[in-house]
Write a protein that binds this ligand. Structure first.
Ligand code: ADP
Ligand code: MG
Length: 697
């Protein structure tokens, strides 16, 4: 077999390819654009386009596409071939700088939340040169942003790039105060741990709920679930191992640094993590990874489920967003330093994150809000819907000492003075043993654990970057005015800790006592569902912050508010319709059939000899008859609610009704159906059970 180093990145138009295929002048212009966002002129674009085309055609590509990330949460592409007719009637392969820079897909069917009036259906895609082009399915894919003609963002990439720029601007101001004049650029980097389930395709195809909604809407608890914890880090099944190997190869060809993989807690659950990279690229790579996971699964007769809660009663899937801030000179600003001065800088950036997470906890919650993730957050194995920060005992103790201006006893008997003392070195390991925290410091990065497994990581990082940019801006405003930098710095850090320590929590985030304390004593936000939190996106302070840093315009925010609620409503409505369908066409008929068989048996027994006992048949007939009546009534009630929904005037009211009525009815219907499943003979039940699905591979 080929060596990984021989084919790694072979489908990517990366730095190495550019250096070999572009003239020195063009290459340097490109580099400058990638590193510093400098504008490209059309001459350079033409040269790059031509080289891209030659490279792609040599690799067998016939088409190109502007690859973008509309608000549907998945990626979109519209393929055009390179073919142009030549005067002699034959064809030549062409690709111009203009075609590289800008595309015009018909945008009318992508969600815009009212941004694009129907008469102006056009939007355009614009090349993002900071993310490399790549080949997928014989098509050259060019990562692009997607905007309306008025320039409003219709996608997830544009705000992400803007938020990275906002953080860059403010972080540079702060670094200048520390005399770091040589730093040209500050970027955030992300490594995403992606969880997923793998099940057998034949089983999947017998379950309408999985096919239409990505999760099971029915299913009695199997005799064995995850009780024994025997799956976590367990031996990987040969079939799964073959899948992972194949997947790794596909990802490596695309230059994605897939690195670790292991079994997760639930049966059939696994995880894949790449090596971290610049946030924008990590986001593109995560989208590609999710796509490849599903494609490769299909080749192995498997289905990859990315839904946050495919199965009730076993762990759901999330995506851990490991996030750090670094300079172009290679310094991780969230890493405690070697010198007192570096440590003061570290503490200031740490405080910026603490303040950001406290001030904008609502935005972080909103950034992970989907109907699917609502089923996971707050369940006992996932972080609660309340945002809090875990720092680890040692760092927490240091902050406590700084705030109180008292000695930090464990390490030193003297009061810590910034700029004088070196922080004690704390081993990375001791900081990451709290798996219940939604936002944990893990040595030199923060791990945001609330992101849903199916979601793009863009939104979470947009909010995180923007909120931290805002803290840094406030810090820079204060410190730039200071007479005595060190005293002002010390005071600022102390003040920040004092004002925001309520967000710091070292205990068990799954504990009911924490929910109580967080909500009633610390007054942290506890938005349990999507309709609870989304309206807060338009709170004055949030709009002010996001527009101030030019991450979103107010119009864009309003459109996103609409789209997010619309997605929520549509998702649940599809689920409810699927339930009605399965109930009427599969579950009720299955029960009736079994009832008939039982009744026939009972009757035959009685005819033979009335003395033959038949309490088993009678009880099953009793119970199933009651349940089928219940199921029938509940199905009709759900149908009624679904008919009523379109008459509700606003999307917000619709979402609230779904939360308070439709989802409640769905849960009730499920309880009755699951009970019926438990007492119906296996051969009569309409579709594969949890045991079939979870232990199918
Ligand atoms: P775990 O949480 O399982 O202990 P690791 O420490 O191996 O995992 O890291 C998980 C993810 O964090 C990986 O994708 C890794 O590349 C990423 N990561 C590591 N260091 C950083 C960093 N400085 N910034 C951002 N991500 C990082
Ligand atoms: Mg982790």
């Amino acid at each position: 077999m080929e060596k990984v180093s021989d084919y790694f990145g072979c489908m990517v138009f990366d730095d190495c390819v550019m250096r070999s295929m572009l003239s020195e002048e063009v290459y340097h212009s490109m580099k400058k654009t990638i590193a510093q966002g400098a504008k490209l002129d059309i001459g350079v674009a033409n040269a790059v386009a031509s080289a891209m085309k030659d490279w792609a055609v040599a690799k067998g590509a016939t088409h190109y596409t502007h690859w973008f990330q509309p608000m549907t949460g998945i990626t979109a592409e519209k393929h055009d071939s390179f073919i142009t007719s030549a005067p002699d009637g034959r064809v030549i392969m062409e690709f111009s700088g203009k075609e590289l820079i800008k595309g015009e897909p018909d945008a009318s069917s992508f969600p815009s939340g009212g941004l694009r009036a129907t008469f102006e259906a056009r939007g355009y895609t614009a090349w993002d040169p900071t993310s490399y082009a790549f080949i997928k399915d014989k098509t050259l894919c060019i990562p692009t942003a997607f905007c309306s003609y008025a320039g409003e963002a219709l996608d997830k990439k544009t705000p992400l790039l803007r938020s990275m720029e906002a953080l860059n601007r403010q972080a540079l101001r702060v670094l200048r105060l520390f005399g770091q004049n040589h730093v040209k650029c500050v970027r955030t980097a992300v490594g995403v741990e992606q969880e997923y389930f793998l099940i057998d395709k034949k089983m999947y195809q017998k379950r309408k709920d999985l096919m239409f909604t990505g999760r099971t809407l029915f299913g009695a608890k199997p005799p064995k679930g995850q009780e024994l914890d025997d799956h976590y880090f367990g031996v990987i099944q040969p079939r799964v191992a073959a899948y992972m190997q194949d997947l790794n190869q596909e990802l490596w060809k695309l230059g994605i640094l897939a690195k670790t993989e292991h079994n997760e807690v639930a049966p059939a659950q696994h995880e894949l993590a790449p090596i971290y990279t610049t946030t924008n690229i990590a986001t593109d790579h995560n989208q590609l990874t999710m796509e490849m996971m599903q494609k490769v699964a299909d080749r192995h007769g498997l289905v990859c489920l990315l839904h946050e809660k495919p199965f009730a009663g076993v762990n759901g899937s999330g995506k851990h967003n490991n996030w750090s801030i670094s300079t172009d000179t290679g310094v991780n600003l969230l890493s405690p330093g070697e010198t007192p001065y570096e440590n003061a800088q570290f503490l200031l950036f740490l405080c910026a994150v603490i303040k950001a997470v406290d001030d904008y906890q609502d935005l972080l919650r909103i950034s992970v809000a989907t109907a699917g993730n609502d089923l996971r957050l707050g369940a006992h194995e996932a972080p609660p819907a309340i945002v809090s920060i875990f720092l680890g005992d040692e760092l927490q103790a240091i902050l406590d000492a700084l705030e109180a201006d008292v000695p930090y006893n464990e390490i030193k008997k003297t009061t810590m003075k910034l700029g004088v003392d070196v922080l004690p070195k704390f081993p990375k390991d001791t900081t990451d043993r709290n798996r219940t925290s939604p936002f944990a410091f893990t040595g030199n990065k923060f791990e945001f654990r609330m992101v849903g497994s199916a979601d793009s990581i863009a939104c979470a990082n947009v909010m995180l970057n923007s909120a931290v940019a805002e803290s840094l801006k406030i810090f820079a405003d204060t410190l730039e005015q200071a007479q005595d930098f060190e005293t002002a710095l010390q005071e600022l850090i102390r003040k920040t800790i004092r004002e925001h320590k309520r967000i710091l929590f070292q205990g068990n985030g799954y504990d009911a006592a924490w929910i109580e304390e967080a909500t009633n004593v610390r007054h942290l936000c506890n938005y349990r569902t999507t309709p609870d939190c989304i309206p807060h996106m338009l709170d004055k302070k949030n709009v002010a912050m996001l527009t101030e840093h030019s991450v979103y315009s107010e119009i864009e925010l309003r459109s996103r508010y609409e789209i997010l609620l619309e997605n929520y409503c549509k998702t649940v409505m599809i689920e409810a319709n699927t339930m009605v369908d399965m109930s009427r066409k599969e579950i009720l008929p299955a029960i009736t059939k079994y009832l008939y068989a039982m009744a026939k048996t009972a009757k035959a027994k009685q005819e033979m000899d009335t003395a033959i006992p038949c309490s088993y048949e009678k009880e099953v007939i009793q119970t199933l008859s009651r349940l089928s009546d219940e199921i029938f009534a509940q199905t009709k009630a759900l149908e009624q609610s679904l008919l009523h929904l379109p008459t509700i005037p606003t999307i917000c009211a619709q979402a609230n009704t779904i939360r308070d009525a439709v989802l409640v009815q769905m849960r009730q219907l499920r309880v009755a159906c699951d009970e019926a499943e438990r007492i119906t003979a296996k051969e009569f039940w309409a579709f594969p059970t949890y045991a079939d699905l979870l232990f199918s591979v």
